[in-house]
Structures are given as C-alpha cells and as structure tokens.
Design a protein around this ligand. Sequence first.
Ligand code: WT7
Length: 566
Amino acid sequence: MATDYEQLRREITWERAERELGYREGEPLNIAEICVDRHVEAGLGDRLALVHEGHGGEIRQFTFRDLQQLTNGWAHFLRGDVCIRPLDRVCLFLDKVPELYIGFLGVLKTGAVVEPLFSAFGDDALVARMADSRAAAIITQRRHLGKVRKARERLPDLKTIIVVDHDEDGKKLREGEADYHMMDHREDHFPVAATYAESPSVLHYTSGTTGAPKGAMHVHGSIVAQYLTSKVVLDIREHDVYWCTADPGWVTGTSYGIIGPWSLGATQVVLDAGFSSDRWYETIEKHAVTVWYTAPTAIRMLMKDGVEPVKRRNLTSLRHMCSVGEPLNPEAVRWGHEAFGLWFHDTFWQTETGSIVVTNLPGMPVKPGSMGRPFPALSATVVEPKTGIPITDVGRVGLIAVKPPWPSLMRTYWNNTATFYGKFLNGWYICGDQASLDAEGYFWFCGRDDDVINTAGHLVGPFEIESALLEHPAVAESAAIGKPDPLNMEVVKAFVALRPGFTASEDLELDIMNFVRKKLSPLAMPQEIEFVEKVPKTRSGKILRRVLKARELGQPIGDVSTMEDD
Ligand code: WT7
C-alpha cells in the first residue's frame, strides 16, 4: 500500500511516541527501564531479547527476564562495590559479547553515563576519549586489558578497570582492577536511579576536522526518538527478529542496536564474528531475521560475491532492509532488489542527531541514490552555508539542516559548549553535509562539508591521525585525507615529510602504518603513505588538506592565496 507522506507528517509525532511508551512529561524516565523492566512487568519476561552468536557458531540466548536480572546484578555491583555515582562516566571497551549489551543497560540503571568505545581502538584513541570525559571506570575483557593498562598511565581519573572474563590462570589483576563475571550475578530487584528526560545517558565520541574527538552528550529522553524511528523507519514490530550489523562502539549500534529495538520488545540477533558473505546469509536464514539494518560497505562486499550465494539460502523471512553511514550507491540498491526482492532503504543521521533524520520510509517509492525525505516528526531541509536560509531551488546544493529541538539531538559536546553552539545557524542544526533536494523533496547527498574521513561508514578525524603520525620518530610533518575507494568509500591516505636522517622506503611506510594502527585503530591506519618534501600549509600553519585532496583527484586546486610560500 502506498504511503501518503503528508498524512504521515500529521500522524507521526513525538507526543504520540511518548503516549505509546507510557511516558508523561515530568515523570522519571530511564532507557534501561523502558527497554527491559517494562516488558517484564507487562508479562513478556519469557520473550527472547538477545540471540547471540559467537565466532565459533556457539549460540547464547537471553530473555527480557534474563536481561532484567543480569542488568540488576551489574548495577548493584557498580553502585555498591565500584561506588559509581549518578553522572559518573563508565566506559564499555568490549567486543560484541553479551556483556556489552547488558553492561550498557546496567550502567544506565545506576544513573551513570555510559561511554561506548570501539574495541579495536588503540591506547591513544582510548586516552583521547577517556581523558576528556574523565571516566571513572571501564569494563573490558582480558584480550584488551594490555591496551587499557597502557592507557591508564595517562588517566589519573580512572579509578577501576573491570574485567568480565578474568581467570585465575591468566594475568594477575592489579590494584584498581576488579573481576566481575556478569553471568554469575542475578538480582530480581534494583532501585533504578531517578533519571528524567533531560538526564545524561550516553556519551558517544565522534571525530571532527580539528582538535580531539568530541563527546556528543545524549539524554534519557532520546529514547522517544529512537523508539519512534525504529517503529516507523525500520518497521520493527514486537515479534520481529531484527539484526543490526553495527558495533555499539558507534552510534548505530546503540541507538538501533540496543535502545530503539528493545524499546519495542523485538528480538535482536548479534553476530560477533568477522565478515563473510556466506556467514551473513547463514545468520539471516538460521535466525529467520525479518528486519535488517546494515551499511553500504557491507552491501558492496556482499555484491562482490554475486547473487548466487543469496539464492542458495532461504531468506524469505526478510521483510525490510535499511542502510546507513555513507552514501548508498544506486547500483547497490538495484543489486539488493535483484538479490533479495526488497529495496535497501537508505537512512541518514549522525552521532549528534541520535536518531534517523532523513530517510526512505517503508511503503514509499525508493529512488535509488536518494536518502529519502525528512523523518515525518521533524523538519529538515538544505540551507545556504553562510546564512542558514533554506534553499528553495530544486537541485541547488546546500547544507543539510534539521529544526531543533527533537528528543535525541545531543544536548552538548562534553567540555565543549562553544563547538556545540557553532553547530546552529539561523535556528537550524547544521549537520555539516552537503545535499540537494529534488522536486519531490527527496534528499540527494553530495559530500561532507569538512575534512573528516568516512571509511566504511566510520568517521575518522584527520587531526587525530596527523597527531599520531607526528609521534613517530621519523615524521616531521603530516597530513591525512580521505582517498576515494570503490569498496570502503574512502580510505586514509597520509602525506609525510621526514625528519633529517630518515629516508623514504617501503619498510618505513609499513612501520608508520602499523604505528598508527596500534595507537588509534585499524580504520585510522593509512592505506597509503606518500613521502613529500613538505606539507602544504597556510601562513598561519593550518594544513591545507583541500589542496592535497584536489591534487589527489586531479582537480583544480582553487584559491591558494593563503598558502605558505615555497
Ligand atoms: C556522518 C555521520 C549515524 C549513523 C552512523 C554514522 C555520513 C550517514 C549517511 C547516508 C551519506 C551518510 C554523513 C554524516 N552519513 N548516513 N545515508 N548517506 N552519508 O554516524 O559516525 O556520526 O557519521 O556519516 O557524513 O554526517 P557518524
């Protein structure tokens, strides 16, 4: 049945979502209570919440009652033994193990702020984020303990490291380290902290062009938006088996890999294993996945193996498919239709927006290559970069802008209110992406408005990479840009000027690459290093990445009047 967009704009409102969640303004509100306790109280304790499949194919299942008892046990431990207080920051540094999901919700029950960190981060990436947030505790597993200990030397505020899989034969725990086996501690009751719609909940760090990563601060009330978009955009219903392929180290993995789907009482599948197209199809088939949320790079990787492996499986359980994180090319949408008989629905949003803001809606015609239209409960458009005035001409490129407020808009950047206020112009929140609108109001993505690199749907900040490069003994100057890549959209390319006494070589290139991988993450590792005499800079010392990028793409270099003389 075709959906009338204008009718949806009248019907889909935040107020309606609040009513459905049983929330009344001014009353306490806690994400974990809504995602877990509410379902148990409604008699749905036996419903499957999490189906977790590990590397070796071992499957563990958790009902909503399991989640309730385990999050209660964990919250008791945090409050009683670790002395975590409301508003303390507690980091999660875990692979996609069940403890990550339980850990997330348990922290929220205590009223503390949960700070998810991607488990492939190196010690410098950890320090940048944990020093800024002054985190009190971090929960991790043995295999990451070495990195956390190294980071700890630079983190005076970090009081406790909690290890979820410690065993007596392994490394001895030190002072300030605790062992907590989540699965061994269940409690029927926990007095959930009195949090409200505006109480801080999740702190997600995201990279910008300049400076260290910024912590987007979200509040418990964000669940109103994550609930409504999960229902209306992802089309999640209570008996669905839903699979979000994102890691909760990134916002997709929390907003739509924890909060949204569980607020609707759906069953979530988590696959904690490396990518392989056959393993992915097997996952859909085995668990009878009905709704699937993934990313363009993954879709392109599936495409490489063709339609044949799809056809060998019975994937008829699938009802709806969505994509996020980077531009979804029209070929990928068409291929998806050929392979699955369904359209990938592209969705657009950011760490800062907390929930989907521009999207293709179920039942609405998909235009391959377009991100769709504003989510019906909010207003979004494209505006003139300088004035913030909405652009009315069809096809003219401007900046994507969303009208504040909406429930899941970040409330600030932690420690950085000036940058937060800088994101608003003429009464609009400015996303920092360029797009144009067509005659029917569909958004067409053009590119980012800054130098942030998007590799396989993950943002990496050039400044962080450049800083890491400068710590290498051979590096005098550095610059990092995103180089177009057919699979990953962009990969990191670095330009390096060497210190006297060092000569460019393949060995040195590899050594520098690995150096960045260890300090930051495999995503931030340059795939290519070009050795240069000097890095182009403005007279005031700002790196001219735009010049390097234009050279790389063989495009005109543009205005270089501020460039340093050679
Ligand atoms: C940036 C936000 C929010 C989900 C994960 C990423 C890019 C996001 C799309 C899309 C083209 C997209 C934008 C945006 N992006 N979705 N559908 N088409 N680009 O969150 O790490 O905060 O990244 O990802 O550049 O600003 P994030």
